[in-house]
Design a protein around this ligand. Structure first.
Ligand code: ADP
Ligand code: ASP
Ligand code: MG
Length: 417
């Protein structure tokens, strides 16, 4: 039956009863003949609590100690699931990231996995032992514990699946990938298949069902990836289809999708902030003089809009950065303001980016126009626009996020009947 990595998120392991439910999912796959590795998240709410304690101890703190603290949530769940499996008569042991080892770079708080040595785990799995691995954590070059950024257990799971040449099933609190966040649009529909490219855009544009990096890894290493529900009864006959797919959503190659939609999904994020610079000289080199220092300060700029004044001598530039970088951005601009003759810098964090995603956009005209019309009909003003081959994003007032997502969902014919 082959090797299988099963990943369970925070809500799926929220208490001992739910951990028992997870153990029954694992039991089903073991009985079906799979060699199983399980990747677990911290019990829901735990990581937020641990992060809160670090901030309470010191608002500015050592990132290495932050990682030591927040990684502990996953370590606890791994041990608890191993105990539960053993209690059910299934051989199992827990693994912390450093024990595997999962080697990462040294960027504490958002480390990237560099290498996984799966030798020992593979050996134990062949002997019939379930490996229960703490997600989200690894070991850095200086032998300190690292974490992979929020939502990082998805990435742990896909990376382990790549190292073990296994399939990867992501079990979560929804039964698959939807046309948009089912928690804000009740008419959202589950999609049976989504391409790696679309899922990558959806994730990076805010659909937190999978961490962006996990989709990137799955795409590069061609890991067969499924998103499915941990709340569906473990013994339901619906669990595994004859073709090996589950009842959730398969993230796969574009070629494996028969019925292609023009727009597959709508995503949104409230993680960005808008900065506007008024009346800078409209001459060569000005953008370089503004965005160069921002890049040097490690600030990524996302959307950029420039408009020129009536007499053509000055320009206004609006751009977005991650909300967490807003203060740093303003500090950088304050430092260069006088030299560039910038009149005024304003900023706002009350913005949201709403995006439509679909590979069908490559071959269909008018997708963006339909987006603008749907927003206009709801009197929602567009503050900035960016496009790529398979997505169009707009920046709007945060207060209208849900309204915009619902209107677009309807406009592209995605509403469930
Ligand atoms: P886990 O704790 O299992 O990792 P997450 O909370 O990280 O779960 O991700 C699952 C959540 O992602 C869902 O509860 C849902 O609200 C949200 N979500 C956002 N966009 C989508 C989407 N397009 N399809 C499915 N879920 C989505
Ligand atoms: N527990 C971590 C978080 O809450 C990692 C994860 O759940 O994927 O972000
Ligand atoms: Mg998650």
């Amino acid at each position: 039956m082959g090797r299988l990595v099963m990943k369970f998120g925070g809500t799926s392991v929220a208490d001992i009863d739910r951990i028992r439910n997870v153990a029954r999912h694992v039991e089903r796959e073991v009985k079906a003949g799979h060699e199983v590795a399980v990747v677990v998240s911290a019990m829901s709410g735990t990581t937020d609590r641990l992060v809160g304690w670090c901030r309470e101890a010191a608002p500015i703190h050592d990132a290495r100690e932050y990682d030591a603290v927040v990684a502990s949530g996953e370590t606890v769940t791994a041990g608890l699931l191993a105990i539960t499996l053993q209690e059910m008569g299934i051989p199992a042991r827990s693994w912390a990231g450093w024990q595997v080892p999962i080697r990462t770079d040294g960027v504490h708080g958002s480390a990237r996995i560099q290498e996984i040595d799966g030798t020992e785990i593979r050996k134990r799995m062949e002997q019939g032992q379930v490996a229960v691995i703490a997600g989200f954590q690894g070991i850095g070059p200086d032998k300190r514990i690292t974490t992979l950024g929020r939502g990082g257990s998805d990435t742990s799971a896909v990376a382990i699946a790549a190292a073990l040449e296994a399939r990867c099933d992501i079990y979560t609190d929804v039964d698959g990938v939807y046309t948009t966040d089912p928690r804000i649009v009740s008419k959202a529909q589950k999609v049976d298949r989504v391409s790696y490219e679309e899922m990558l855009e959806m994730a990076s544009l805010g659909a937190k069902v999978l961490q962006t990096r996990s989709v990137e890894l799955a795409m590069v290493y061609r890991v067969p990836l499924q998103v499915r529900s941990s709340f569906e009864a473990p013994d339901s006959p619906n669990q595994n289809r004859p073709d090996g797919t589950g009842p959730g959503t398969l993230v796969c190659d574009e070629e494996d999708i028969v019925e292609q939609q023009v727009v597959t999904g709508i995503a949104y994020t409230k993680d960005e902030a808008k900065v506007s610079i008024r009346k800078v000289k409209d001459q060569p080199g000005v953008s370089a003089a503004i965005f160069g220092p921002l890049a040097e300060a490690d600030i990524s700029v996302d959307m950029i809009v420039q408009n020129v004044s009536m007499d053509g001598t000055t320009a206004n530039i609006t751009f977005t950065v991650a909300r967490k970088d807003l203060k740093k951005t303003i500090d950088v601009l304050d430092a260069i303001k006088a030299r560039l003759g910038i009149h005024e810098v304003t900023h706002s964090a009350d913005v949201a980016k709403v995006s439509v995603v679909g590979i069908g956009m490559r071959s269909h005209a008018g997708v963006a126009a339909r987006m603008f019309k749907a927003l206009a009909e709801k009197s929602i003003n567009i503050q900035a626009i960016t496009t790529s081959e398979i997505k169009t994003s707009v920046l709007i007032d945060e207060a209208y996020t849900e309204l915009a997502v619902r209107a677009l969902h309807t406009a592209y014919g995605l509403d469930k009947a």
